[in-house]
Design a protein around this ligand. Sequence first.
Ligand code: ATP
Ligand code: MG
Ligand code: MG
Length: 548
Amino acid sequence: EEEKSLNFLEEIVEEDLKNGRYKSILTRFPPEPNGYLHIGHAKSICLNFGLAQKYGGKTNLRFDDTNPVTEDTEYVDSIKDDVRWLGFEWANELYASDYFEQLYNFAVELIKKGFAYVDDSSAEEIAKQKGTPTEPGVPNQYRSRSVEENLQLFADMRADKYKDGEKVLRAKIDLASPNMHMRDPIMYRIKHAHHHRTGDKWCVYPMYDFAHGQSDSIENITHSVCTLEFIPHRPLYDWFIENLAIFPSHQYEFSRLNLTYTVMSKRKLKQLVEEKHVTGWDDPRMSTISGFRRRGYTPQSIRTFAEKIGVAKRENLIDVSLLEFCIREDLNKSAHRRMVVFDPLKVIITNYEEGKSEILKGEDNPEDPNTTYRDIPFSRELFIEREDFMEVAPKKYFRLAPGQMVRLKSAYIIKCDDFVKDADGNITELHCTYIPESKSGSDTSGINVKGTLHWVSAPHAVHAEVRLYDRLFKVEDPSSEEGDFKDYINPNSLEVVETVYAEPALAQSKFEDRYQFLRKGYFCLDKDTSEEKLIFNRTVTLKDTWAK
Ligand code: ATP
Ligand code: MG
Ligand code: MG
């Protein structure tokens, strides 16, 4: 087997293990529970868990729940489901909010060391005093407050003596730093909001920059992997850890996944849900993990995709066809084959006895050397696809036409003798004869035909609905277009075929089952299925049919 070269994170980890910097590694996946996870998060999950797996380490699942306003336990539950579904198990389930007391004490320590101060300025004043990338910031009168005064004021902030926005705690670093994040960043703000876990216990909440690195350090995370936009935050990450003299976690950055024809931000996905452009977070057109799952994607296909795109240090836009390629490859190997007619044309087998039927065997999966078989009933009245018949056929048309023969998959060769038209000139049925000696698997007819059609026995067919999905957006990168990203929604992203005719084996479908409907695509049962109605989602077409 060809040896794969290491990505830059694997190189770092191997080096750290080799030179004894760490005996084992500990990574974390740190979602903010303010929405459902998307395929970009899947990349981060595969990366963090994959790195630990490869080097015998562990991974924590840590909810970065420091912003009480946007977070919810519904999201916590969905995130756990999604990580497990992708095939990963975390070492510990942790919450940044469990560290609130510890983080508060860290802040007190920094105040005592003269590294933090309480500032009474408004948000606007602070922004203005910070200067610009080319102009240094200017200190205000609060910056020189004494340690004692700061300790008292910070305690008062916690003790609910101030309103939102009246005071903040800032790190005292360098107002002239070329890195804006180092210009006395805010560590704590006052927010009178109910937190999904700590309730009303706190009215001061740490900012991301003060919570994230310290949480990493508390857990002894060795490699804290995040996306490129955090590069300018790294000096601050290191500054807090150094000045608190706590476990030295290190931050590394990789490029976030961007995918064509979709959006990948919880904020935007939430808008799509709330404004009802889709039916929910798990709508099969969404870029969420739960959307892909409902659409019929397998965890393996998403892991393969994450592996294929690799880990880069530059932003890029990945073609969604690569993801589709991964699911097709996976399903081609594993999906059971079934026959479903979408637009039926009746076929009467005139030389097949009326009222009679027989059971034929169909391979579940020709790609599997140990394939199982399902029963397929055959009878005098069948359905084929309307588009598989032509009254006047061109040369090299290998489907049905008057006088022409085809094989019915897993069944017999039939010949079209005649057809019936209604008053409007629509073809209503075909009259065919079958060749009894041509049965699949024991064909002694000696007849060679070029076309093979899918079909179902009309009296045995079960009705189902199919939902055919297309891309949710009309343009490759809706977020970079002019105007609102929602202006670029594809109005035809869902086509519902209310009644299709399926072979009876499909009546036994289970939610985990994946199917290839012959010549139609890959499908799975949708959760809207009821006792009355089977509903199938098209996961992906058989070929890349997207017209560029
Ligand atoms: P969003 O903007 O979609 O809300 P986020 O980064 O704010 O994304 P978090 O819940 O904070 O969402 O993300 C958890 C982890 O997943 C972080 O480490 C983040 O860097 C990573 N992540 C988020 N989006 C992507 C992406 N598109 N590609 C790779 N990793 C991502
Ligand atoms: Mg985030
Ligand atoms: Mg976010």
